[in-house]
Design a protein around this ligand. Structure first.
Ligand SMILES: Cc1ncc(COP(=O)(O)O)c(C=O)c1O
Length: 421
């Protein structure tokens, strides 16, 4: 390097291309069949309407909300609204002044928590998380100077993460664990027993648990039948851990209220961790706009729009899943808005150099103009095995008619896909 070259953080070179970048490369040179309108099941971006009252709250805050720098801790009224929601949703009581912070979407917070927690001077600093996984966990670990440890999901157990396969030597150097329940892309929800095991390991080895719960409000059972996924704070409280030691949960409005562009969520849990996180965030400059705070307060205070939202997803999943199950290895997930589907084996040898999931996605786009995401892009290969290989992720985010149309095309696509000789 010449002496006068600009310095650069060498850890940046460790970052992997984001899945959608790889998808662009896979689709380069493919001309989608013009006989079909494009339908994307690729990106996990909600497309139902944002509630009108939320937009009104946003607009109503414009006059007063732009003239002062906001505090990183957020306004007390917003923290209270989040704490009230936790109490209604999970029957969890916590102190909104010591145990909760607003964040600008959970993506930035999931990244920032690693920078707050990891001590890279300790040998072998490790961050453990599921495989497949939300890509931010890996980038956060690498930029914090830690090594990722990928834990495969187990298809035989409805894609539960096989935490029991983590060697004791790895637990001994683990500083942070990301859990994702309901999971992206598998939809798997962690039961109380799984939380009990993780809390036990955290007690023994002193690591922090970051529980990503951004799909917690998208589930398929009826609202009054106890179908709502268990949350980590709720699990901790049920297990007598009401100080939430070494635990932080991440809740988001993006999927719950159909506002991925609002950038709003919150983090709650262990008061000591929240205090350290607030310090980090103050320097990082992560205060939430007062305008967004006003809209967020309104959103956390209302459940009617969340119930409407769930009804739409329930309708889509109940129609689309049985259709797709005729041709793919797929079932209704525990929760979330994704189907995590195994593709027919004949796609494995379809194109030289492409895995079955890649070949499926590429041919489906070419023949039927439907975009799905190859599962191998959401996972890493460990010991020769990529747990996303042979699966695709389909986000049922479009309106019901469009999702049904996409499902119809996928059925025709699979039925007409003959082995290439
Ligand atoms: C598993 C998971 N966690 C977190 C996020 C981030 O959500 P947001 O930053 O919008 O709160 C996403 C977004 O797609 C996600 O899939």
């Amino acid at each position: 390097m010449p002496d006068n070259a600009a310095p650069m953080n060498p850890k940046l070179s460790l970052l992997q291309p984001y899945p959608f970048e790889r998808l662009r490369q896979l689709f380069a040179g493919v001309t989608p069949n013009p006989a079909f309108s494009p339908i994307s099941l690729g990106i996990g971006e909600p497309r139902h309407a944002a509630p009108a009252f939320l937009k009104a709250a946003l607009a109503g805050a414009l006059d007063s909300g732009l003239s002062n720098y906001p505090a990183t801790a957020g306004e007390p009224a917003l923290r209270q609204a989040c704490a009230d929601w936790l109490q209604r949703r999970y029957r969890v009581l916590l102190d909104p002044n010591r145990q909760l912070l607003p964040v600008n979407g959970t993506r930035e917070a999931l990244f920032a928590v690693a920078q707050t927690v990891i001590d890279s001077a300790r040998p072998g600093a490790t961050v453990v998380f599921p495989n497949p996984f939300y890509q931010i966990y890996e980038g956060a670990a690498l930029l914090a100077g830690a090594q990722p440890f990928y834990v495969a999901s187990d298809p035989a157990r409805r894609f539960a993460t096989a935490w029991e396969r983590v060697p004791a030597a790895v637990w001994a150097r683990t500083q942070l664990l990301y859990a994702c329940s309901p999971g992206n892309p598998t939809g798997a929800v962690m039961p109380l027993s799984e939380w009990a095991d993780l809390f036990d390991l955290s007690d023994r080895h002193g690591f922090v648990i970051a529980s990503d719960e951004c799909y917690s409000e998208i589930y398929f059972g009826t609202d009054d039948a106890g179908a709502a996924p268990l949350g980590a704070l709720q699990a901790a409280q049920q297990l007598g851990r009401s100080d939430f030691k070494n635990l932080l949960t991440f809740s988001s409005l993006s999927k719950r209220s159909n506002v991925p562009g609002l950038r709003s969520g919150f983090v709650a849990g262990d008061a000591a961790l929240i205090q350290a996180f607030l310090l980090y965030r103050t320097y990082h400059g992560s205060a939430m706009s007062p305008v967004v705070q006003a809209a967020s307060r309104a959103a956390w205070g209302d459940e009617a729009h969340v119930q409407d939202n769930r009804r739409l997803y329930r309708e889509k999943f109940s129609q689309v899943t049985p259709l797709l199950a005729q041709v793919l290895d797929v079932a209704l997930p525990d929760a979330s808005f994704y189907l995590w589907a195994g593709v027919p084996a004949l796609f494995a040898a379809r194109w030289p150099g492409l895995s079955a999931d890649e070949a499926f996605a590429r041919d489906l786009l070419a023949q039927y103009n439907v975009t799905v995401l190859p599962g191998s892009y959401l996972a890493r290969e460990v010991d020769g095995h990529n747990p996303g290989r042979g699966r695709v992720r389909m986000a049922l985010v479009a309106h019901p008619a469009e999702c049904l149309q996409a499902a119809g095309r996928i059925v025709r696509f699979c039925e007409s896909a003959a082995p290439l000789n």
